[in-house]
Design a protein around this ligand. Structure first.
Ligand code: S3P
Length: 172
């Protein structure tokens, strides 16, 4: 299996924080797909959604994932909607170990409430998060590793993950 740790999960499940900690642990490069996409296309995510629509964003997201995952020894943080496309799920499982971070709706709301950079959360935040949690049920289940993050520190999550990763590969 190609040496990549790929983090998936809804917005606010802790992909960025946990990804940074995993990158420190492995000494691998950390690649945030959203940031990569923003830099490569030279546009912010709210701008892309507003000017071109979600479908175009999803296309850019697939292209970004494909390019990023040509490389290895990376901790890759994906956007929350990346696993919606079958093609993206295939690209991920073919190019690394996929880790799904889970969190309850209330935890997600607490984590994202100050961030105005997520077009899919515009409007009533509580309603939007609850709807997305419902709509995305089962979408992250293809990951080889699943971990609940509620009420845990980053250290606890990483230590748990380390155990789970070591059951499957000997990378860390
Ligand atoms: C999205 C999640 C966002 C970003 C975009 C769409 C989604 O990434 O890709 O706003 O569909 O869940 P984060 O999960 O990093 O917030």
């Amino acid at each position: 299996m190609k040496k990549n740790l790929i983090l998936i999960g809804l917005m606010g499940t802790g992909k960025t924080t946990v990804g940074q900690a995993l990158a420190n642990l492995t000494n691998w490069r950390q690649v945030d797909c959203d940031q990569w996409l923003i830099q490569n296309y030279g546009m912010s995510i709210p701008f892309i959604f507003k000017e071109y629509g979600e479908e175009k964003f999803r296309q850019m997201e697939t292209e970004s994932l494909k390019t990023i995952l040509q490389d290895d020894c990376q901790v890759v943080m994906t956007g929350g909607g990346a696993p919606l496309r079958e093609e993206n799920r295939r690209i991920m499982v073919e190019n690394g170990l996929v880790i799904a971070l889970q969190a309850d709706a209330n935890t997600i709301i607490e984590r994202v409430k100050l961030d105005r950079n997520r077009p899919l959360l515009e409007g009533n935040l509580v309603e939007r998060v609850n709807t997305l949690v419902e709509e995305r049920k089962g979408v992250y289940d293809f990951a080889q590793i699943q971990i609940q993050t509620d009420g845990k520190t980053v250290e606890e999550i990483v230590s748990e993950l380390k155990g789970e990763i070591n059951k499957r590969v000997s990378w860390i």
